[in-house]
Design a protein around this ligand. Sequence first.
Ligand SMILES: *Cc1c(COP(=O)(O)O)cnc(C)c1O
Length: 434
Amino acid sequence: MSPLITTEDLAFDAEHIWHPYSRAGLLTDHSTAIFPVVGAQGVYLHLNDGRRLIDGMSSWWCMVHGYNHPQMNAALQQQVEQFSHVMFGGLTHKPAIELARKLLAMAPEPMHSVFFADSGSVAVEVAIKMAMQFWIARDRPEKNKMLTVKGGYYGDTTGCMSVCDPEGGMHHWFTGIVPEHFFVSRPDCRFHEDVTEQHTSQLHQMFEQHGQRLAGVIIEPVVQGAGGMHFYSPQFLARLRQQCDEHDVLLIHDEIATGFGRTGKLFACEHADVVPDIMCVGKALTGGYLTLAATLCSQQVSRTISDHSPFMHGPTFMANPLACAAGNASLEILAGGGWQQQLPMIESALREGLAPCTRLDTVADVRVLGAIGVVEMRRPVDMAQIQPLLVKAGVWVRPFGKLVYVMPPYIISREELVTLCHAICSVLHGLESC
Ligand SMILES: *Cc1c(COP(=O)(O)O)cnc(C)c1O
């Protein structure tokens, strides 16, 4: 058990530590703004005051096997006793080799080379840089623009920001700082809908007009995550692949949120039977234990770049052995296949459990895909109001904007899902009537 967190600690935190997307040093009542964690086990977070919360967020998509997993713990302990870090320039090690082997065995057929990155954002930066260097190597340097759809989220570094949703990513604050790329509307065909000309005409137009300047297209396959928790028809991905092939443009899939089973398939692109030229993975890669991501690419991409020049990227903590050991253990657990039994149960329990929300006037839409459940409100939720109510109801759910959403650990039980969904529905119901 880790030491308790004191009021003094919390005051220090509020004054000196940035949290994600937060103001620093301005909080007066930090007790409602931030919840101190002293432990975590299975699907539960243990708070300072002894309360246990069902983690509906998997700590932002990562903790798929749950907290304090014996097999994960053992793998890390074993690696700590060998070595925790060595530089990756000029050196290599078994944890990285094994992890690359596993990733390439799981990933769609053309994936051939692995670049280990230290976070999802870095993996996306690397993917964009790969696309740029590919066309430099092909002596087509004018192909240096990206195309993407609105409503996307690819990370917080400047390269990533440039392809994130222009409004959600506050591009107007950063004019002249983030590079300008091309956008089309987000695919507005729902998951089970057929894609029609109407859904793709803007895309076709964009390729006709700017195809000559495009290095790559980047997209989150099937599920747009933090940009709006939007699910769209896999057929859109097939059309996109077609256009990329016709116009000599590389296709990048960002599977950082969707990868490793979250949508019911190992990778979301499998819903569409479409393969990318470059793909990014992260988040659940290490079962949430350590920060690690990877950019995979086809042999055509890695060969073209490498025949021309070195690939210009090399993070200090590239392929950190501890992170790779966590990755290996996490992928072994996934290979055990338990998630494949769990996913349909989670999907049906979320569908059933969140259905009552559809009756609320404040709710615009309820949607579920794989182990992702979304309640979209008509208006943005008041975080200061809703967060303590959810905690009081025994669940950790962190809404943003109009979205109250969950993506629980794969090990969650049906009973825990009932509790999780019931908590959400009753909190939203309570807020409606007040
Ligand atoms: C979280 C996320 C990222 C960024 O990953 P970080 O590890 O936070 O840098 C990129 N793309 C998608 C789709 C994500 O969900």
